[in-house]
Design a protein around this ligand. Structure first.
Ligand SMILES: [Zn+2]
Length: 490
């Protein structure tokens, strides 16, 4: 019988294992708040588990064979890992695919301005957000600034306890009579969602003093710099707060205003992932869609021994903006890398590559919506996911008549059911909400184009796409178990 019981059937050993996975998962969330940071952490964990880059494997000069573990990165935002199996690759792979981008506010290319004595970074939101949820939340700035000379400055401000944070403002309730009458969709205008980054004007004397002290070894440069500053200040005496932010950026990070042109800076909720509930049964954190599936997929791969079929974990970017672009699921990166992999294993031909992709099967590991009793009317109770009832299988997603969705084959679902039951994985089946209430998409319809079997399977999330999302620890545990069962038995 299908098992949806979780908490009360676990042994002490299982509860300890569950807790350990969730402690490590929270660490992953804390150091992976952007797709770049997730790739970096994934590489660190993979290398610890014996993975090498495909390039390193190629340089080693021998053909890849069963048991070899390799990874390949695309533009620091997307990564694929393979654990070579005993059978030829053309027999197909077992793929776990998740996405590592999350909704947030991206800093524009020309972001810095001053208004009303405040300095701002202008932003453009990324992914689907209820805009009213984001003002007044403490935000951190994460990202990279790539200088013209190619040097990359990494930015991570707002995560350490004594770091400053930034915020998007909202109108005080006393003056919000008109605002409160507006529809939620327009109550906050996207263009006004700029991040406040400062309020203190630049003071010539103290700054010059500081600059002298800071660059004592090169007094000439410092004097020149101060003179330049003085000149620009005369022109825009009213933008002294903005000027001060520029000076801080220059002193602390060695960047100038033009460097924003080649930067990717994301404003994300500041702070750490935390246990949630008096019983500590849940995790509350930013970015769990879809890092909860990304992390459990990765862990499942890293902890699985060599199998007959090659096992693969694919972590992609840009799912939240429609899977478009070089680092998205729609790019050729995955296909090209499989071709490279087959070449490194001495098994490449165009036909074998096609066979490999078509004979593969995949769990598209993406989150589903957890039933929320406070909004019960938006769910259909028989076909919805519940927190703590295990890994969720969604045969299809889509909206308005199952549009634009992968619809997993019944034969494939039967196989997955059998595997989960044999391995005692708690799972449930669900659609995303009531018919015609809304809908969502994942990457499953894209890999399905190769003719492979794909089904969406993931962890139910409450408050999806809000600054803070909630998952059940039991579902996190079952997801990892389910993904591992799939790699071993499918
Ligand atoms: Zn999402």
């Amino acid at each position: 019988m299908r098992r949806t019981d979780t908490w009360n059937v676990y042994s002490e050993a299982q509860l300890a294992e569950l807790e350990k996975i969730c402690v490590d998962y929270k660490k992953f969330l804390n150091c992976g708040k952007t797709e770049r940071e997730c790739v970096k952490e994934t590489v660190r964990l993979a290398r610890e588990a014996g993975y090498v880059s495909l390039e390193e494997a190629r340089e080693a000069g021998r053909a890849l064979t069963a048991g070899d573990r390799v990874y390949e990165i695309c533009m620091n935002k997307m990564i694929v890992l393979f654990h070579i199996g005993r059978e030829p690759l053309e027999r197909g792979m077992r793929i776990l695919g998740a996405h590592i981008d999350s909704p947030r506010f991206d800093v524009k290319q020309n972001p810095l301005y001053e208004d009303g004595g405040l300095a701002y970074f202008d932003t453009h939101y990324y992914g689907g957000v209820k805009k009213y949820q984001w003002p007044t939340v403490p935000l951190a700035l994460h990202g990279v600034i790539v200088k013209k000379n190619g040097e990359t400055v990494e930015l991570r401000i707002g995560e350490d306890a004594d770091d400053p944070v930034v915020f998007i403002s909202d109108l005080l309730v006393h003056l919000a009579g008109e605002q409160m009458e507006k529809k939620a969709r327009v109550v906050i205008d996207g263009e006004t969602m700029d991040v406040v980054v400062g309020s203190r004007p630049w003071k010539k004397e103290s700054s010059a003093k500081k600059a002298d002290g800071g660059t004592a070894s090169e007094p000439g440069d410092s004097a020149d710099g101060s003179q330049e500053k003085e000149g620009s200040l005369k022109d825009k005496a009213k933008d002294l707060v903005r000027e001060n932010i520029l000076r801080i950026l220059e002193e602390r990070y060695g960047i100038e205003e033009e460097d924003f042109l080649s930067a990717e800076i994301e404003a994300v909720p500041a702070g750490k992932a935390r246990d949630c509930g008096l019983d500590r049964s849940m995790v509350l954190s930013y970015g769990q869609d879809d890092r909860v599936c990304a992390y459990t997929s990765l862990l499942a791969l890293l902890e699985t021994d060599t199998q007959d079929r090659t096992c693969c974990c694919l972590l992609v970017d840009k799912e939240e903006t429609g899977s478009v672009g070089a680092t998205s699921m729609k790019s050729r990166f995955f296909e090209n890398t499989v071709a490279e992999l087959m070449d490194c294993a001495g098994q490449y031909s165009e036909l074998k590559l096609r066979r490999c992709l078509a004979n593969s099967s995949m769990l598209s590991s993406d989150v589903s919506a957890a039933f929320d009793p406070m909004f019960a009317g938006c769910f259909e109770k028989k076909n919805t996911a519940y927190l703590g009832k295990g890994l969720t299988l969604s045969k299809y997603t889509g909206a308005r008549g199952k549009r634009s969705t992968n619809d997993a084959n019944a034969e494939f679902i039967a196989q997955i059911r059998r595997i989960f039951e044999e391995r005692d994985v708690a799972f449930q089946t669900a659609e995303l909400g009531r018919v015609d209430v809304g809908g969502g998409g994942t990457i499953s319809y894209i890999t399905a184009l190769y003719g492979m079997n794909v089904i969406d399977s993931g962890v139910p999330v409450m408050n999806m796409h809000a600054p803070m999302e909630v998952t059940s620890k039991a579902d996190i545990y079952e997801a990892k178990r389910g993904y591992q069962a799939f790699l071993m038995e499918a």
